[in-house]
Design a protein around this ligand. Structure first.
Ligand code: TYM
Length: 339
């Protein structure tokens, strides 16, 4: 897939709602860099407007936005090749989101599993922004007429909704204006699970820091977290058939496969039948090899806020040049009078 889309436009986003994790790296940042290297036109966005759909401390949010920018760059995003910016600096996102709020149906948004999970039993008290979150996501993507969207497995349903919104808009107004996007969800790292519970995804907003490896963790912390990662009392499985009811074992094997760019099968061939202790030591080494250079570069970049802010502002200017005529044309199609 990656080799065949060099003429297409890629868009993806990451929320600055905490520290980025190794799951964000393997499931998103690493594929983002590969797409950039394939020669595709790439637009990457730090989605601060999405982050505020749940309460964020304002000072923390500014810090997390700069930290996310540093993580993109430290992971290999070259701001001279790809566009990198934060969402709130380009008004097209909020403008198009309003149009899509009017195209989306309540029923569609009510079926979104992420809304149900995040709102939990406190649905009445969750923000309206959280409910319409996927319409803003559709606006992010379609404001650029992006064609391909690399994400982890958890975003699949949101991208199906983006397709539905594009199709309904085109039908409602009798146009062929918005593209029907293709998700890119590939490889063994599309759903990395929590180190504390193999049935829950690894998340930057999980209350337990032991559940994840942050891109800012030092070596000792990584070793400690992997040694304490939950496992069962059986040896490492040797075949796919032995893995199905062992979510924690499966997760660590997936993580190993993703970090060493190999398959689950070959990891099981290497470690099947052994205990977890030696495996965990080698896994920790791989994780350190992956995270350490990123952490080092993130720390260097975070020393210069002015430079990070300049990079994001330049990215926002470039993004706005693409999005402005698309929003203008959308307004015209809808019948809004504008200059
Ligand atoms: P966010 O910030 O939760 O996650 C950013 C990216 O990381 C992926 N990811 C994972 N991949 C593998 N295993 C995991 N445990 C894991 N956790 C997260 C996510 O799938 C995502 O690709 N709604 C989006 C942000 C967004 C967006 C967009 C994405 C806003 N607008 C437009 C694509 C296009 C989100 O909250 O991602």
């Amino acid at each position: 897939m990656l080799n065949t889309i060099s003429s297409q436009r890629i868009f993806s986003g990451i929320q600055p709602s905490g520290k980025l994790t190794i799951a964000n790296y393997l499931g998103a940042l690493k594929p983002f860099v590969e797409l950039q290297q394939s020669g595709a036109e790439c637009i990457y966005c730090i989605v601060d407007l999405h982050a505020i759909t749940v309460w964020q401390d304002p000072t923390e949010l500014k810090h997390s936005t700069r930290l996310a920018a540093a993580c993109f760059i430290a992971s290999g995003i070259d701001v001279n090749k790809s566009i990198l910016f934060n969402q709130s600096q380009v008004s097209a996102h909020a403008e198009l989101a309003w149009i899509f709020n009017c195209v989306s149906r309540l029923g569609w948004l009510g079926r979104m599993t992420q809304f149900k999970e995040k709102a939990g039993s406190n649905r009445e008290n969750s923000s309206v922004g959280l409910f319409v979150y996927p319409a803003l996501m559709a606006a992010d993507i379609l404001a650029y007429h992006a064609t391909h969207v690399p994400v982890g497995e958890d975003q699949k349903q949101h991208l199906e909704l983006t397709r539905d919104i594009a199709i309904k808009f085109n039908n409602d107004f009798g146009v062929d204006f918005f593209p029907v996007i293709e998700p890119i969800i590939e490889g063994v790292a599309t759903r990395i699970m929590s180190l504390r519970d193999g049935t829950k995804k690894m998340s930057k907003s999980d209350p337990s820091d032991l559940s994840r490896i942050n891109l800012t963790d030092d070596k000792d912390t990584i070793v400690k977290k992997i040694r304490r990662a939950k496992t069962d009392s059986y040896p490492i499985p040797s075949h796919e058939a032995e893995i199905s009811n062992r979510p924690e074992a499966k997760n660590l094997i997936n993580l190993y496969a993703a970090l060493s760019d190999t398959t689950r099968d070959s990891v099981m061939q290497q470690f099947g039948g052994k205990g977890f202790s030696e495996f965990k030591d080698q896994l920790a080494e791989l994780a350190i090899e992956c995270v350490s250079p990123v952490t080092h570069e993130v720390n260097r970049l975070m020393d210069d806020n002015t430079e990070l802010d300049r990079i994001l502002a330049t990215g926002a200017d470039k993004a706005a040049i693409i999005a402005r005529p698309i929003v203008k044309k959308t307004y015209e199609i809808v019948g809004l009078l504008s200059q």
